[in-house]
Ligand binder design. Structure first.
Ligand SMILES: *Cc1c(COP(=O)(O)O)cnc(C)c1O
Length: 409
């Protein structure tokens, strides 16, 4: 008699993005002649860098010739790319070894899978609001109780609630936790923790033998000084942190797929001395993963240096330009906004204490603009919506003009 993994039943119903899609489709059905403007999902829109395309085309041609064809590569990623990642990190003053890098098909799957190397009894801490995969993967992994509909949170998790007063920067918990998920710069709030604020977590993790899982998918969006691009810029982090990142938001790889995870050799936890966790993740990847696409990897390599890097930087600047337009537009309406300077996301406070889904509906009905309701990321987001700067410049301008003209706030 087969049974399902009953932990799936614990997952709160109504995953955020399907619910947005449902409401948008309903509106479109009622307004078939109108165009919806999407500032909701964080999906890149601009062309893949030329240098990246050239590298991938060259790789495809190599695959088209039996003398240069290659099949499965190393599960950990091709050596040339892992060595290039080592060079890339030197830009931030971080020295790592190529055997600490694990190339993957993206940060989301790594963020979901990394919990597999940790015991089921680990107490998990997540930010509120948070990117849903950290929460949901640990629910499915059996580390939570049931979803508490009253609180809008799972029993058994420790929530690091962030708020306006603290500029949406989390602080370490008062109680003892084992796994801490941090996303910096943050999705959805657009907040970015500085060196000192990240160090507070590193100090906590070392004192409590906890492990930080640090998602730095937006590190290339940091434009101001004083913010770490990598958690390993912080002293002691190699003993207590795993870093997960991606080419998606940096170089437009959302559809191409390529990411990486760093598990330092020095990383330790309660029952694992240095080297064990690196070995476990290696084991996990070799057993359950057959490596990232070799075409994607050649494109990723091209994105790290020279023209490929310049073009990728230009993409980031383009989206940050969009972010400024959104920020300025919303500010001119008198809305309180956060983020958007070291991040592609603008976290806007709803007017008059309105609920985030209510404000979502208002923006859709009056302005034909789709945003992401903050409540979908956790209860601390219930009076905020997230504007994403991923979009063509002209569409962003049109959407913001529409909000300015028609929101009536
Ligand atoms: C977009 C995003 C990623 C990237 O995921 P990929 O699977 O690499 O495309 C990772 N983390 C966060 C928080 C994101 O918003």
């Amino acid at each position: 008699m087969a049974t399902i993994n009953a932990n799936f039943n614990k997952l709160a119903s109504g995953y955020l993005f399907p619910e947005i899609a449902r409401r948008t489709a309903l509106w479109q059905k009622r307004n078939p002649t109108l165009n919806v403007m999407r500032l909701g999902i964080g999906n890149t829109t601009e062309a893949l860098p030329q240098a990246v395309r050239a590298a991938m085309k060259e790789k495809i041609d190599k695959l088209g010739d039996r003398r240069t064809y290659t099949g499965y590569g190393d599960e950990q990623g091709d050596t040339y790319l892992r060595e290039a990642m080592v060079e890339y990190y030197k830009r931030w003053g971080v020295t790592l070894e190529s055997t600490e890098f694990f190339i993957s098909d993206g940060a989301k799957s790594d963020a979901a899978n990394i919990q597999q190397i940790f015991g089921e009894e680990n107490i998990v801490a997540v930010q509120d609001p948070a990117y849903p995969v950290y929460v949901d993967s640990n629910v499915v992994g059996g580390r939570s109780g049931f979803y508490n509909t009253e609180r809008g949170q799972y029993d058994g998790f420790v929530y690091l609630t962030t708020s306006e007063e603290g500029n949406f920067i989390p602080t370490p918990p008062n109680e003892k936790v084992d796994l801490i998920y941090l996303c910096n710069p943050n999705n959805p709030t657009g907040a970015v923790a500085n060196h000192r604020e990240v160090k507070a977590f590193v100090d906590y993790a070392i004192a409590n033998k906890a492990v930080i899982i640090y998602d730095s998918a937006y590190s290339e969006y940091i434009t101001e000084e004083g913010y770490p691009r990598s958690i390993y810029e912080v002293e002691g982090a190699k003993e207590c942190a795993i870093e997960i990142s991606s080419f998606s938001k940096f170089s437009g790889f959302t559809g191409v797929r390529l990411g990486w995870t760093i598990v330092p050799h020095q990383l330790v936890c309660e029952n694992a001395e240095a080297g064990i966790l690196n070995g476990l993740w290696n084991r996990r990847q070799c057993t359950f993963f057959n490596g990232a696409s070799n075409i994607s990897q050649s494109g990723g390599y091209a994105a790290l240096f020279n023209e490929g890097y310049e073009e990728s930087r230009a993409l980031v600047e383009y989206y940050l330009g969009n972010a400024k337009i959104i920020r300025d537009g919303l500010t001119s309406l008198g809305l309180t906004v956060y983020g958007g300077t070291n991040s592609p996301y603008i976290w806007a406070k709803t007017p008059g204490g309105m609920d985030s889904w209510e404000f979502f509906d208002l923006l859709l009905e009056r302005c034909h603009v789709v945003v992401t309701p903050g409540g979908g990321f956790g209860p601390a987001g219930k009076n905020f919506v997230r504007f994403s700067s991923y979009g063509h410049r002209e569409d962003i301008e049109r959407a913001i003009e529409s909000v300015k003209e028609h929101a009536g706030i």
